[in-house]
Design a protein around this ligand. Structure first.
Ligand code: NAD
Length: 256
């Protein structure tokens, strides 16, 4: 499939899953607007290897005004956004009664509210062009809970709800909106949870095995490039009637 001539904006694409998705979209020919913290120059160079145009905007997606600036940049430099991948996300693990209020607010802002703001800013341009794809990176935690993850689970359930509404509001157009629900993917976000387990004296390899064994029957991580391939499928004509879905890719986590 060729996405030549399309522009994709992937939030939180300087690392992990977002970077894997950005690479998949660039490989298929799309121009890519990257977003996220860290060494943008190195990531731009990596995504540029496929020959498409690549930009980066440093918006902190917890701030609606910065999200609006990012869309203005995409409009000015790339002529708008055809494919929006809402991927930026953070995690914090604590029980509800110990959960820092500031972390709750940050997770809701980054993992949920940013999806609303990007979507409302992307839709008018997609409708005007008569084509668009919105893919929200939710999680298995958009469908089930886990202890210690109140804000994350609440935000991801919200993302799936928002995906359904946008899927319905765009149902008679060539714009689709779907969510992807990954299980464990070995990224910095998950490595921190493995490190926290190892900090209590468990061997790091054992900590990684235990993390998988608790939830993911395949005992293998999902990879960022597999997620990139699934995003490409959702961008294809074959997926034009996939609307408002929450698509699991989780080594069997949600089959239990
Ligand atoms: P990661 O920590 O590797 O990457 C997060 C990215 O988001 C980075 O590029 C970071 O710079 C960016 N980011 C963080 N806060 C930001 C902000 N305020 N504004 C803009 N960018 C910001 O994490 P990851 O594991 O790749 O997670 C990506 C998404 O996938 C998240 O939404 C996460 O909830 C989801 N997810 C991850 C897993 C997993 O096992 N890793 C599983 C299911 C869902």
């Amino acid at each position: 499939m060729s996405l030549k001539g399309k522009t994709a904006l992937v939030t939180g694409s300087t690392s992990g899953i977002g970077l894997g998705i950005a690479l998949g979209l660039a490989r298929a020919g799309a121009n890519v607007v990257l977003n996220g913290f860290g060494d943008a120059a190195a990531v731009i160079a990596e995504v540029e290897q496929f020959g498409a145009r690549v930009g980066h905007h440093p918006a902190d997606v917890s701030d609606p005004a910065q999200i609006a600036e990012m869309f203005a940049y995409a409009e000015r430099e790339f002529g708008g956004v055809d494919i929006l991948v809402n991927n930026a996300g953070i995690q914090h693990v604590a029980s509800v009664e110990d959960f820092p209020v500031e972390r709750w607010d940050a997770i809701i802002a980054i993992n949920l509210s940013s999806v609303f703001h990007s979507t409302r800013l992307a839709l008018p341009g997609m409708r005007a062009k008569g084509w668009g794809r919105i893919v929200n990176i939710a999680s298995v935690h958009g469908q089930v809970g886990s202890v210690g993850k109140a804000a994350y689970v609440a935000a991801k359930h919200g993302v799936i709800g928002l995906t359904k509404v946008v899927g319905l509001e765009t149902a008679t157009s060539n714009v689709t909106c779907n969510a992807i629900c990954p299980g464990w993917v070995l990224t910095p976000l998950v490595q921190k949870q493995i490190d926290d387990r190892a900090a209590s004296g468990v061997d790091p390899q054992q900590a990684q095995h235990d993390l998988l064994a608790e939830k993911q029957p395949s005992l293998e991580f999902v990879t960022p490039s597999q997620l990139g391939e699934l995003v490409l499928f959702l961008c294809s004509e074959a997926a034009s009637q996939v609307r408002g879905a929450a698509w699991n890719i989780d080594g069997g986590w949600l089959a239990q």
